[in-house]
Design a protein around this ligand. Structure first.
Ligand SMILES: Nc1ncnc2c1ncn2[C@@H]1O[C@H](COP(=O)(O)OP(=O)(O)OP(=O)(O)O)[C@@H](O)[C@H]1O
Length: 249
């Protein structure tokens, strides 16, 4: 069942943040939200997790309205949120430990190996590089059994090379680890590379200005290189909107 946002508007402290956002995220799809800075992308994720409530409109998942805090989603906020006093092992299995669920150690070992983190499982977060910590945070999200993922700039603040490797890592995840995903990013190329669909939002108060479907036969960097015209098109959309809103991109 899809995730739906129906005519969602939000005003906080007299500030109009979202204006009539309507979108459907199909089951199993990978959808990116791209928008000018401060438009309200993170706010949309917070509405889905129930951290915020819309002023008008409604959100639903699996046909059930979202009315408050819920555990339908595994949510990776913009800050990596690792606990500094827990080891990598303990951080990535936090969901299971909080919920008193058994930890499948074999699975954890397999995933740590897959992510190149096995030698670091007993390390503390501060002993890892920024890119490794981001991978740990993402791995924790992957181990959460929720059917839907909300990823807020998971590769933000990484250098271009590490970011590229992380994108490849995400694309290369085994099928059983993939989920319906809503990704917030300000990187147009990243959105094109990873997504089945890109929702381009306007400057604040945000609404959907373009809904772009991507259906490459092979999703690789050679294909990505052919997408320069789409990248330029999305950039122009964002720029025109920013200029109309009196902002700089
Ligand atoms: N709790 C709040 N109260 C008042 N205003 C808020 C609150 N949370 C967010 N905002 C405002 O809402 C707007 C949208 O914020 P949001 O973080 O969703 O934007 P964003 O598109 O994710 O930004 P960025 O790309 O910079 O991460 C911003 O102007 C922000 O200041």
């Amino acid at each position: 069942m899809p995730i739906t946002l129906q005519n969602v508007s939000l005003t906080l402290d007299k500030l109009d943040i979202l204006n009539d956002v309507t979108a459907t995220i199909a089951d199993g799809s990978f959808v990116s939200l791209i928008a000018p800075s401060g438009a309200g992308k993170s706010t949309i994720l917070k509405l889905l997790t129930g951290l915020l409530t819309p002023s008008t409109g409604s959100l639903a998942v699996e046909g059930q309205p979202i009315t408050g805090l819920n555990t339908t989603f595994s949510y990776l906020p913009q800050e990596d949120m690792l606990f500094p006093w827990y080891t990598i092992d303990q951080n990535i299995t936090l969901y299971q430990r909080i919920n008193h669920q058994p930890v499948d150690q074999e699975r954890v070992t397999e995933l740590l190996t897959l992510c190149g983190l096995l030698p670091y499982r007993k390390f503390l977060p501060h002993q890892l590089s920024g890119g490794m910590r981001q991978r740990v945070a993402l791995l924790g999200t992957m181990l959460n059994p929720a059917d839907y993922r909300l990823l807020d700039e998971p590769f933000g603040a990484l250098d271009a090379m590490t970011r590229g490797l992380m994108q490849d890592w995400l694309l290369g995840l085994p099928a059983e680890l993939k989920r319906t995903t809503l990704l917030v990013t300000h990187d147009i190329e990243e959105a094109i590379y990873l997504s089945d669909r890109i929702l381009v939002l306007s400057a604040r108060p945000a609404h959907v200005v373009q809904d772009i479907a991507l259906t490459p036969i092979t999703r690789d960097r050679a294909w990505l290189a052919t997408q320069a015209p789409l990248k330029a098109e999305i950039f122009e959309l964002l720029r025109a909107d920013c200029l109309a809103a009196g902002e700089q991109l």
